[in-house]
Design a protein around this ligand. Sequence first.
Ligand code: SAH
Ligand code: SF4
Ligand code: F3S
Length: 478
Amino acid sequence: MHKQKSAIMAEVLEKVVEEARQGEVYAPFADDPNKFNKKFFIESYGCQMNFSDSEIVASILHGEGYGATRNFEEADLVLLNTCSIREKAESTIRHRLQTFKKIKESKPGILIGVLGCMAERLKAKFLEEERLVDIVVGPDAYRTLPGLINEAEGGQKSVNVLLSREETYADIAPVRLDSNGVTAFVSIMRGCNNMCTFCVVPFTRGRERSRDAESIVNECKDLFENGYREVTLLGQNVDSYYYSAPNEENVNFAMLLERVALVSPLLRVRFSTSHPKDITDDVLHTMAKYHNICKYIHLPVQSGNTRILQLMNRTYTREWYLSKIKRIREIMPDCAISTDVISGFCTETEEEHQDTLSLMELTRYDMAYMFSYSERPGTLAARRYTDDVPEEAKKRRLIEIIDLQQSHQVISFKNDIGKTFEVLIEATSKKSELDWSARNSQNKVVVFPKGNANLKKGDYTTVKVHAATSATLIGQMI
Ligand code: SAH
Ligand code: SF4
Ligand code: F3S
């Protein structure tokens, strides 16, 4: 009986995690209809980088007279910004495309475009597989969208999936879509050079390149002046950020973090994602030095077993990872840590899976994204190894991982009862008009009554926690 309940729980949790990671539907606000003569609708899937890219695309389309709409039925151009990270991510998108088939039948002039990682992976093949698609554009080719739309309007299918070694869209001011006006993503680099054997990203996003530091700082200043109070610096591997320009000082990630932190003490700074092999003491000391750099690190481990980590080409061992965690906690005892875990990678044995559980026991993550291994065509793992862990075992191991994480998370949140946190107000709580939803530095959601205090979104306040679930802290302003 208990087993059954926990299996159901695990499925629900996995669904939530999957949705949070790759299924979130994203429809922008309608713009002033008088300003634009055509309308586009865009939906993003996958990681935060994709959501951030959609804001670049929106900016490019604005320049072409396209305003955003939330209602795809009134759009002239429907875009899906896609993800290839797991098979399920791709099947969600194919399923979604079917919805647009009906619209295309009733409104043949409408153009359908596929952007992002799945476009890059499948290239022109997409046009054969999904006949309703008119435009296929990879992540480095968004500047060519206006020309591609033109071609498609002329009745020609159009494709540009060229990857670039330089493109960072540094000069394009993103149009903030569906924003809460308080928190924003800022892209600091693109691509990935790491070649983890399970991962499709190096193939869909190309070589790593860092964006001009000054343009990043300027974007953050601009956001702050427009009322934003938190930026998340984005990259597949932010710790390897390195920008060098002639006659200028070279900038590494620790230096960039400091420059962004100095924009204003009232601007919170977050970043994602860190690779355990690259996060330096310099970065940790910079985090500790500035109150406004949030005490939260997402440090994906993937597996707790050194042999599996080697097969994954993660380039660290179990012990090395654990020593990194120790270092983070020495330098910042109050820092929250989250992770990504994959169950059932090629040849993983039961004992090796137990190593993942024991590493989680030692680390006690505050949050985790957990997946079962999904072989991706073209990756090193697909070419070199056999995907030989039976689906049943992968799922069962995933459930064990999720159950353990759930129990740790309950403790992590319960341990905060009685503590006082400075929080940034993001929105009215979804559950009650009378409550604020805010976040503490450790990235935990804190809900508390608005009361009579004259506060608004984007304000900081201090809250004492008196109750907790496994995902929310509940408190009272003090
Ligand atoms: N650059 C980030 C990860 C991007 S992908 C990093 O290195 O952390 C996000 C997560 O998806 C990964 O950390 C991994 O846990 C998971 N993932 C990637 N490829 C996967 C695959 N083929 N099967 C299952 N999970 C995968
Ligand atoms: Fe993929 Fe590894 Fe690069 Fe992350 S670091 S994007 S997991 S190849
Ligand atoms: Fe998905 Fe591409 Fe991001 S594969 S996770 S959208 S980089």
